[in-house]
Design a protein around this ligand. Structure first.
Ligand SMILES: [Zn+2]
Length: 536
């Protein structure tokens, strides 16, 4: 029998340096588990660690934690981050540059997973639209495991853009939660509902959480700061402060439920049921389970990163993830599965808690462009759409600007005059491959997010503390540390416990997991950080 030897690779030059593992595997792991926590910054783990007793403690203290890991690109949003984790590629290559980009052909905003050739299937009612990984331009690790080992692949989340990019174009089972229709899948993955999921959702209705009260897990003195922080927002029917009681009527129950730790608990139990139902980790191939917990993002956007609500969601996630790992120990066996924990992006502070900062909606950037061009070309709608940092102009406008450098310069000057904006430049500046190695960190980050058909024509970057949104209390989507820095932790047989410094990005996750299960996965933007090599 081949033995699997741990190898910790920190830099290409350092080569393979063995470190003492927790448990030495005698056979390769049979299950890959990817846990994504939407909007979880690295410092949330440090802040919560003294109070963690469950899965986050186990992963952070018994796994290898790449402490300096960060996304290297500008558009730190959900679809881009999940696609990077799922594929080991960066947005310029995987193409999922934003949650939704402007479709220049149809003149409409196009969500990253929307696909007119498939139809969504609701487990408890008729679902609208269709979602798939059609826009994902590179393969996923999950697809490789399925193809090369015959493994089963499962992805579960509250959001389609957090489940689909983790598995790719095919999956054994995939489900996400739609605010209107509840649990949903798509004909891209199966022609009809899966019977076991249908039974599970019928036996475990989300509505069973109606009327439940969300109180802090620990006594209030365990939480940093105050419960009624300045600038906090909250879903309809709640207030800024605990307790939060879930309504008994829909709406507002569904919106509240998704913003409560009960949704994470539900997802954790659903993942456990999937492990049982498919016998994940007990088949012939290497199986793949992805769970993306969305609640932290929804809570963070409204209450902000300093809130007791965010702290409590993370504390309870520690317990929820702990229960899932305990379940895997019992069903698959400790030492038979590997885990990667990460996040799709971080989040900035509430603008109200940041001196001198403010908010600006996307319409103000568009108005600045239109105003700057009126003296040159007459009044008109030259700028048509804004997707946070990405501004799109109407067909033909770029050609006019190329022919009129004064008009082109006036656009950038008008944008830079807006108090919210630190940078404004044309996408043509970052379109060449060399821009991805530019010495200017802003141009370099924007180039790593840039796809010519999907990205904006003009890229803007807000000043520190400023937000290009008026609807959220806090948000993300920039190249600042609070948005880019996320946990990258590996756990499992052969992976040594320890905190590591040095460059790492979530694009390293897919090639590292592939290496840990002996299925090499080529990902040109990532590299294996920890590998198990077979001893012949
Ligand atoms: Zn978000």
């Amino acid at each position: 029998m081949r033995r699997w030897i741990p190898c910790l690779v920190l830099t290409a030059a350092a080569g393979c340096a063995s470190a003492p593992p927790q448990t030495q595997p005698s056979t390769r792991p049979s299950l890959v588990v990817v846990i994504v926590v939407d909007q979880m910054r690295t410092d949330y783990i440090e802040r919560g660690l003294p109070h963690f007793t469950g899965g986050l403690r186990r992963l952070a203290t018994e796994g290898t934690w790449f402490r300096d890991a960060a996304y290297p690109y500008l558009n730190t949003v959900t679809c881009a981050g999940h696609s990077t984790i799922g594929t080991g590629s960066l947005p310029y290559r995987h193409g999922m540059v934003l949650n939704a980009w402007w479709d220049r052909e149809t003149g409409r905003s196009r969500p990253c997973t929307s696909d007119g050739t498939v139809r969504n299937i609701g487990y408890s009612g008729k679902a609208a639209g269709g979602d798939s990984a059609r826009s994902l331009l590179v393969p996923t690790l999950a697809e490789a495991l399925r193809r090369e080992t015959g493994g089963r692949t499962v992805a579960l989340s509250l959001k389609s853009r957090s489940s689909i990019p983790l598995v790719g174009r095919s999956a054994t089972a995939i489900a996400w939660f739609d605010e209107l229709t509840g649990w949903t899948t798509s004909t891209a993955y199966a022609p009809t509902k899966l019977p076991w999921l249908d039974r599970y959702f019928a036996a475990n209705p989300v509505k069973a959480d109606a009327g439940r009260t969300w109180e802090r897990l620990l006594s209030p003195s365990h939480y940093e700061g105050v419960d009624d922080g300045t600038g906090e927002r909250f879903p309809q029917g709640w207030t800024q402060t605990f307790p939060h009681v879930l309504a008994t009527t829909v709406p507002p129950f569904t919106a509240q439920w998704q913003r409560s730790p009960f949704a994470d608990e539900y997802l954790g139990k659903l993942a456990g049921a999937a492990v049982n139902s498919f016998g994940l980790g007990r088949g012939k191939g290497v199986d793949f389970l992805a769970v993306s917990f969305s609640t932290l993002d929804l809570v963070g956007h409204q209450f902000g990163p300093a809130s007791h609500e965010v702290q409590d969601v993370v504390l309870r996630l520690d317990r929820t993830i702990g229960a899932l790992l305990d379940h895997l120990d019992k069903t698959v066996g400790r030492g038979r599965y590997v885990v990667a924990l990460s996040a799709d992006h971080g989040v900035g502070s509430l603008t109200e808690q940041y001196a001198g900062a403010g908010r600006q909606g996307g319409t103000e950037s568009l108005a600045a462009i239109n105003g700057a061009l009126a003296p040159f070309f007459g009044e008109g709608k030259y700028a048509v759409h804004s997707a946070y940092t990405d501004l799109y102009v109407a067909p033909g406008v770029l050609r006019k600007l190329e022919a009129n450098p004064n008009a082109a310069a006036a656009v950038l000057a008008a944008l830079k005059k807006l108090p919210a904006l630190a940078h404004a430049f044309y996408a043509s500046e970052i379109a060449a491959p060399e821009a991805r190695q530019a010495s200017d960190p802003v141009r370099r980050a924007a180039a790593l997010s840039y796809h010519p058909e999907r990205s904006g024509d003009i890229i803007v970057v807000p000043r520190p503390g400023w937000m290009l949104s008026t609807t959220s209390a806090a948000t993300h989507g920039t190249l600042y540390t609070h948005d880019q820095q996320v946990p990258v932790i590996f756990y499992g047989p052969g992976v040594a416990a320890g905190v590591r410094g040095g460059a790492a990005t979530p694009a390293d996750i897919a090639p590292t997991l592939g290496a840990l299960v002996g299925v090499p996965f080529a990902a040109p933007d990532g590299r294996p950080l920890v590998t198990l090599t077979a001893d012949k």
